[in-house]
Design a protein around this ligand. Sequence first.
Ligand SMILES: C=C1C[C@]23C[C@@]1(O)CC[C@H]2[C@@]12CCC[C@@](C)(C(=O)O1)[C@H]2[C@@H]3C(=O)O
Ligand SMILES: O=C(O)CCC(=O)C(=O)O
Ligand SMILES: [Fe+2]
Length: 359
Amino acid sequence: MPTMLTDVFRGHPIHLPHSHQPDFTSLSELPDSYTWTPKDDPLLDAAPSPPAASENIPLIDLNHPDAANQIGSACRTWGAFQIANHGVPLELLQGIEFLTGSLFQLPVHRKLKAARSETGFSGYGVARISSFFNKQMWSEGFTITGSPLNDFRKLWPQHHLNNYCDIVEEYEEQMQKLASKLMWLSLTSLGVSEEDIKWASANSDSDWAQSALQLNHYPVCPEPDRAMGLAAHTDSTLLTILHQNNTAGLQVFRDDLGWVTVPPVPGSLVVNVGDLFHILSNGLFKSVLHRARVNQTRSRLSVAFLWGPQSDIKISPVPKLVSPVGSPLYRSVTWTEYLRTKATHFNEALSMIRNHIDE
Ligand SMILES: C=C1C[C@]23C[C@@]1(O)CC[C@H]2[C@@]12CCC[C@@](C)(C(=O)O1)[C@H]2[C@@H]3C(=O)O
Ligand SMILES: O=C(O)CCC(=O)C(=O)O
Ligand SMILES: [Fe+2]
């Protein structure tokens, strides 16, 4: 029986001090424990010198006949892109945003009733990566996998539950279809088809995949330039699809450009290449380093759909993408193994599974 995402951290506790979660609205000054300096994050103020031209991640129309190549190119150069005409109904995006807003508006003591435990996967709390930093992040999160009913029951009375659970279920279904379409479009651009990836072609309808939803809230912050919403990280996924409300904050990193803000485009979605897709593409697609900054006057919400393979599937570089005289850049790994490696080694996780080939 493969490990479900819910069991990934069982036996791998991470100490996360959710119970110290402040009531952000009551803070008029940034406490020292929330003030970030380059000592806390070496890439904090990273900027190329001289400053690079202003560039942004591509916005791709999924109805465009050349969408596959545009996506492939964005995956290679940025590891991220935005999509329009993705087919996800606007009302559903509004619905998940409304639910996310209602959840985080609850008083802290109510949210803590659904706190994520040290070995648990779902529920309310600080970002899982918090344990790698000395400073706290100016955000709160809620992780969902499968049915949210058990966790939502701890937050809301019965009459809200059906509606909220339906929204989550419908959102996951739509995202699942979209993620699979995006994966095949981008692989097509590399000349890879379903016959080249046995685990995906043997199981139709993406029943080889699993996912989680990460709801994020970045409250209004008295000193946004010295605070950090979500510290720089890559996602462990194949792909992540992100809906952001209309407050900017997401930034992606490029060696030659530094941090680049991803402007919210109403109705569009942001797609990030995760570490597992980087591995599958033998390093051709870039898993994008990204972070979230905060704002002095507007709070920000985002909903990340984190998508990867079922836990018994081993991801390794597609043989077609390994040169006949070369070796695969990475050894094979399941999502579960990778999440555990990431939970211990954070941004070093990818290099830990890299094959070191003697020159
Ligand atoms: C499936 C997962 C990916 C994730 C860890 C998690 O168990 C659920 C939350 C995800 C998230 C969202 C915020 C950034 C991140 C690095 C984190 O701490 O929790 C990602 C994790 C990831 O992609 O590795
Ligand atoms: O809020 C954002 O824009 C980024 C969220 C994110 O990176 C994540 O949930 O993994
Ligand atoms: Fe992320």
